[in-house]
Write a protein that binds this ligand. Structure first.
Ligand SMILES: [Zn+2]
Length: 114
C-alpha cells in the first residue's frame, strides 16, 4: 500500500528528493499557502520572533523553516516559525545561543579602564 511511484524509476536509496528543485518549489508554495491561514496570522499577530524572542510588527516577521527545505524540512506547522529580519539573515551560521554569547563578548570590549 505504501509503494510510491518512485519504485518504478528505481531510486529509493537515500533521498535525492530533498534537493530536488521541483520539491523545493512545491514546499515554498505550501509555505505561501500556510501564510494565508488563520494559524499563521495569529502567530505573526503576536509579533514574536521565534529565535530572539523580541517583538516586531507583524509585517516585519517572515516565515522561517526550522529544518531547511534543502535538508528535508517541510512546510508544515511544526516546521514553520515566525522570524525577524535580523535572525533570518544570520540564521544558518550561528544558533541563537552562540549569537548571544558573541554579543556579550563584544559588549566587553575596550573603553573600560580598570
Ligand atoms: Zn529575531
Amino acid at each position: 500500500m505504501s509503494r510510491s511511484d518512485d519504485s518504478d524509476s528505481g531510486y529509493f536509496f537515500l533521498d535525492p528528493a530533498f534537493t530536488d528543485p521541483a520539491r523545493i518549489r512545491r514546499e515554498r508554495q505550501k509555505a505561501r499557502e500556510l501564510r494565508r491561514t488563520p494559524w499563521w496570522r495569529n502567530l505573526v499577530a503576536k509579533g514574536l520572533c521565534h529565535y530572539c524572542g523580541a517583538q516586531f510588527p507583524p509585517a516585519k516577521l517572515t516565515l522561517d523553516h526550522v529544518v531547511p527545505l534543502a535538508r528535508g524540512g517541510e512546510s508544515t506547522r511544526g516546521n514553520c516559525v515566525p522570524c525577524c529580519e535580523a535572525c533570518n539573515r544570520s540564521k544558518g551560521l550561528e544558533t541563537p545561543a552562540e549569537r548571544l554569547l558573541r554579543d556579550l563578548k563584544q559588549d566587553d570590549g575596550p573603553g573600560e579602564e580598570s
